[in-house]
Design a protein around this ligand. Structure first.
Ligand SMILES: [Zn+2]
Length: 381
């Protein structure tokens, strides 16, 4: 290693140690919010419309000039969709930020930018985590200017940086991101989920209540953390068991329809994916890449296909896919890449999900940034 190399290496190590010390002093004290939040449609028989914002990737390429401009563009997409659709609710479907590009202490600053168009319009929302939201910071290779100096991987063997703790800069953790969202926003309906499932955090359920009878649920919206970043890309057996028990508790006879939201597609998405183009019974406009599924299937899908009340699953993650395909009685849907951050240059938009109360139905379509609408599909009954 050259002298310059040694110097850069040493300063990098110092950087990591300082950040580790800062992080170690942060204790996440979680506020307690009541277990259940109810969502009520406005007028009687009015549909309940939800906009899905998927893969915004705020903070991408933070250290470049063009990176921050992507966030301005993503804000414009969300504003356009919200103004065209005026939804009752918004769901942030993961990869809200690209944490692996964000070096600042608190990535919630970017998270806050991402939710601001929704908050500014007084629309309530909920969020789930994607694989980039608490991904570990990746040192840009161009920061190491001398040729031949490799990117730092932690822990570094045979170096003056000793111990794993010196290399523990992990950005802003899921719990802290969620704490900041919930504490600072009365419109946020997001939850930490049961402690027993941590570090898988965004596991919770909301109910859409009837406008005529505020005690009866029109639909249950389930949110699950499909991992990635600080832990594997799976929905674990423990999460599946939580869902099973919760559904048994609040919907024992499966009389209320259930709609499910998470970030990374299940493995069964690969099976139903159209081979070329998009043809019936699938509906959509983008089929431009392979499904990038979770690492394993640990029981969640088996539970869902066996429940007649489970109607549809919505995921993000694949920016080049926007289809819905049926799988047995269930619909498997991709959202639409909303953000200018993240890979791919396909036109941006958002999937809309509309729940009608009487008779019950779920309809979906995609609203593009330029206002166009396409890919309308009735998912239930
Ligand atoms: Zn993404």
């Amino acid at each position: 290693m050259t002298e310059t190399g040694q110097f850069l290496f040493f300063t990098s190590c110092l950087y990591i140690i300082i950040y580790s010390l800062i992080i170690c002093t942060v204790v996440v004290a979680l506020p307690t919010k009541p277990e259940g939040y109810d969502l009520r449609p406005g007028a009687a028989d009015a549909p309940f419309k939800i906009a899905l914002f998927a893969d915004l990737h705020f903070g991408e390429a933070e250290s470049t000039e063009w990176g921050p401009l992507q966030d301005v563009n993503s804000t414009r997409v969300m504003s356009s969709v919200l103004d065209h659709e005026t939804p009752e609710f918004v769901i942030y479907l993961g990869d809200v930020i690209t944490a692996n590009n964000i070096l600042i202490r608190n990535a919630s600053l970017y998270w806050d930018q991402a939710i601001s168009p929704t908050r500014a319009r007084g629309i309530p929302w909920a969020s789930v985590f994607g694989n980039h939201d608490d991904a570990a910071f990746e040192w840009p290779i161009e920061w190491f200017s001398a040729p031949g100096i490799p990117k730092i991987h932690c822990p570094v063997a045979n170096s003056s940086c000793s111990g794993k703790e010196d290399c523990s800069f992990q950005g802003t953790q899921r719990l802290e991101l969620m704490k900041n969202e919930i504490e600072l926003n009365t419109l946020s309906h997001s939850r930490y989920g049961p402690k027993g499932l941590w570090p898988s955090v965004s596991n919770y359920v909301l109910q859409v209540l009837s406008s005529e009878d505020p005690k009866s649920a029109v639909a249950f919206l389930y949110f699950l953390d499909s991992g990635g970043g600080s832990y594997p890309e799976v929905i674990s057996g423990a999460q599946a068991e939580w869902f099973r028990q919760k559904a048994l508790e609040i919907n024992p006879d499966s009389s209320v329809p259930e709609i499910i939201f998470w970030h990374i597609p299940s493995r069964v998405y690969e099976k139903v994916a159209p081979k070329f183009g998009i043809h019936k019974p699938c509906v959509g406009s983008l089929n431009e890449e392979q499904v990038a599924p979770q690492e394993a299937e640990m029981g969640m899908m088996k539970l869902l296909v066996e429940r007649k009340s489970a109607k549809a699953i919505f995921v993000g993650h694949n920016h080049g896919l926007d289809w819905c395909c049926p799988h047995k009685e269930l619909w498997l849907c991709f959202a639409r890449h909303t953000g200018y951050g993240g890979y791919g240059n396909w036109d941006r938009g958002a999937r809309i999900v509309e729940i009608t109360q009487k008779p019950f139905s779920v309809k979906s379509w995609i609203r593009m940034e330029d206002g166009n609408v396409h890919s309308e599909v009735v998912l239930s009954p």
